[in-house]
Design a protein around this ligand. Structure first.
Ligand SMILES: Cc1cc2nc3c(=O)[nH]c(=O)nc-3n(C[C@H](O)[C@H](O)[C@H](O)COP(=O)(O)OP(=O)(O)OC[C@H]3O[C@@H](n4cnc5c(N)ncnc54)[C@H](O)[C@@H]3O)c2cc1C
Length: 395
């Protein structure tokens, strides 16, 4: 297996590193304190082609491969996971879902403004009563003539109050369970659609997270994404893209934790020598180094499978599970190496630690990834009901 990046991949990596270290990283602490970053940043990212990396040029994208997408997420994730989360949702969960499941008219309508940053997209799957068990949604879609009426509530929706376009998953027939789900492309200005900011998050504070309320939101049948009953399949295929983005961003968190620990360890002195000269600190650095690179290689492996157009659920689950756990461990070790200063937001590890924590929760918890991998290894089902059985097996 050849892990050498192509010239084109190195170019986008360099461009994204330069931009994110100059424009994002120096502001990340303040944006975290303010619990917001300027939306205008999306236009800056779009101008450099970072908002539509794997989307074909004919739809306004950059037309690069999935490894390039991972490199962008790693670099942005290194600087600020809040910005990376916005990008992941926009690119992986929304653009790639419209690209794969949308009609030609839907692609032409939505992809160019999303890739340009003129529109923000969000992905409305989770509800107050349904997270991991995504087949048991209670948001309803009721047919009325040629239209649909959508009613229900979504929680924890990244980009929720910023979004111009929401992919909303809803149930058409509760007796059908996951087979009754359908996905819609909803303009958030439609009457009956209301979004409200969720505050008080442990991390990802600069990222917009919202609760969505839908009260008889009327959408035409042309707003439907895919067929009736395909909603669950669409959600799972979107998560194969989303989890890959989360994993790539986590490699960035772990690399940042390592870099700042090496730097701090060399200049901080104790017992008359740099703490980085002590064996126990070097042990932590070595572990961070190896685990970060292992996570990166798992991401690259998944990227290669995606580039070949093959089913990627298993390599994506592997890298999402491993990289999110590695990011948490690396940020924790970075705090340890920084001692008391690691506990302060004057230094990066405190924010890295808070931001890393969500990665093993959203887009499928670590337990859900373990169950997907366990099912793959054994052929035995740990999920308890039919919907969850599909969750473990759907591409
Ligand atoms: C900051 C943030 C941003 C988010 N952004 C989005 C977004 O943009 N769009 C969106 O739709 N959602 C989003 N989410 C929601 C996220 O995807 C869910 O929180 C996640 O899927 C877990 O669902 P839950 O919170 O309902 O937990 P639950 O499903 O209630 O799980 C609680 C615990 O039980 C465990 N568990 C559940 N079932 C099993 C099982 N069968 N076996 C073993 N353990 C199990 C879980 O692993 C977890 O540890 C976001 C969440 C956060 C925190």
């Amino acid at each position: 297996m050849d892990f050498e990046l192509t010239q084109e991949q190195r170019m986008i990596q360099d461009a994204c590193r330069t931009f994110s270290r100059q424009r994002i990283l120096p502001n990340a602490r303040q944006w975290d304190i303010d619990e917001a970053y300027p939306r205008e940043l999306l236009h800056e990212l779009a101008k450099l082609g970072f908002l539509g990396v794997p989307v074909p040029e004919q739809y306004g994208g950059t037309g690069l491969d999935y490894l390039s997408e991972a490199l962008v997420f790693e670099e942005i994730g290194y600087a600020d996971s809040s910005v990376r989360t916005t990008l992941s949702v926009q690119m992986s969960l929304v653009e790639l879902t419209v690209l794969k499941w949308g009609s030609e008219a839907q692609r032409q309508q939505y992809l160019p403004p999303l890739c340009k940053g003129d529109w923000v997209g969000c992905f409305g799957l989770t509800e107050p009563g349904a997270g991991s068990d995504a087949g048991s949604l209670s948001t309803r879609a009721v047919r009325q003539g040629g239209d649909w009426l959508l009613s229900g509530q979504k929680v924890w929706i990244s980009n929720g109050t910023w979004a111009d376009l929401a992919i909303i998953f809803a149930q058409t027939d509760p007796s059908q369970k996951h087979k009754g789900l359908v996905a819609f492309l909803v303009d958030t200005k439609t009457p009956g659609f209301h979004a409200q900011k969720m505050k008080g998050k442990l991390g990802l504070r600069a990222s917009d997270t919202g609760e969505l309320f839908l009260e008889n939101v009327r959408v035409p049948d042309s707003a439907r994404l895919g067929e009736i009953g395909e909603g669950f399949k669409i959600a799972m295929s979107a998560l194969d893209n989303g989890r890959y983005g989360v994993a790539s961003g986590c490699v960035g968190i772990a690399q940042h934790a390592l870099d700042c620990s090496v730097e701090y360890g060399k200049q901080r002195r104790a017992f008359n020598k740099p703490i980085a000269a002590t064996q126990l600190v070097q042990e932590m650095l070595a572990n961070m180094f190896v685990e970060t690179q292992a996570a990166r290689l798992l991401v690259y492996q998944a990227g290669m499978v995606k580039n070949r157009g093959e089913r990627c659920t298993i390599p994506v689950s592997m890298c999402k599970y491993y990289a999110s756990e590695v990011a948490k461990r690396a940020a924790d070790m970075a705090i340890q190496i920084h001692g008391g200063y690691g506990y302060s937001n004057e230094y990066a590890p405190e924010r890295l630690w808070r931001d890393a924590r969500v990665a093993s929760l959203y887009e499928g918890t670590s337990q859900i990834q373990q169950l997907i991998l366990g099912r793959h290894l054994t052929g035995l089902q740990a999920f308890e009901d039919e919907q969850q059985r599909v969750l473990a097996t759907t591409p």
